[in-house]
Ligand binder design. Structure first.
Ligand code: AMP
Length: 223
């Protein structure tokens, strides 16, 4: 049986991955699986994983590879996401995670890896002004707040600043991106999967660029 699109999105924190993923997941009718959202939900529910992860997350550190890999693997198996397809956001983030992903989706293969490219100065500005709905994760900013008093326009939840969107944590997360995640650009270039997308511009313009690149990759499946 044919699977749905198997996609990964890479990009610095604040590049707009979450926003693009929500739209790409609707467009391709595939689940958006965000490791950060899953971890934050564990923190809110005070699960053993959440209690373990909170301190590292607030400081901008990474959660150990084995823990995150197990969490994503379980999620992909749980909803037979391997047959429906998926867009992974925030995972993989290290070379070990990328290798583990290849292994556990085998014999399937990823169709494309989108790399949302946004200059460092832009992401720092976006992260400092970012505000997020605690319940549905809709993203706002101090310059584009919800209509009524920091109450989410989508679900009515409370819109807040993320605990890890502090200056020291932002600096640490961007450092770790360069050290641990940037090498994945080479990994996926060598696998012929990388699609560099200019992430500057309106949400719709960036979406159109991503869809064009993904559609081209999906056509390769049927060659
Ligand atoms: P994000 O929402 O993707 O920015 O993730 C928020 C935080 O969750 C990160 O700063 C890490 O502490 C943790 N995290 C999310 N995904 C991963 C991952 N794949 N590997 C390690 N830590 C992760």
């Amino acid at each position: 049986m044919d699977t749905g699109a198997l996609l990964v999105i890479l990009g610095k924190q604040g590049a707009g991955k979450g926003t693009q993923c929500v739209m790409l997941s609707r467009y391709y009718a595939i689940p958006h699986i965000s490791s950060g959202d899953m971890l934050r939900s564990n923190v809110r529910q005070k699960t053993p994983l959440g209690l373990k992860a909170k301190q590292a997350m607030d400081a901008g550190e990474l959660i150990p590879d084995e823990i995150v890999t197990e969490m994503i693997k379980a999620r992909l198996l749980q909803d037979s996401a391997l047959s429906t397809g998926f867009i992974l956001d925030g995972f993989p983030r290290t070379a070990l995670q990328a290798e583990a992903l290849d292994e556990f989706i085998s014999p399937n293969k990823l169709d494309a890896v989108i790399n949302l490219d946004v200059p460092q100065a832009t992401v720092i500005k976006r992260l400092a002004s970012r505000r997020v709905c605690q319940d549905c994760q809709a993203v706002y900013s101090t310059s584009m707040p919800p209509k009524i008093n920091w109450t989410c326009d989508v679900c009515g939840g409370e819109v807040v600043q993320r605990d890890d969107d502090t200056e020291s944590s932002i600096i640490r997360r961007l450092e770790l991106y360069d050290k641990e995640t940037y090498p994945l650009i080479d990994y996926y270039t060598n696998a012929n999967l990388l699609k560099n997308i200019n992430g500057v511009g309106s949400t719709d313009a960036v979406l159109r660029r991503s869809i064009k690149a993904i559609d081209t990759a999906l056509k390769l499946r049927y060659k």
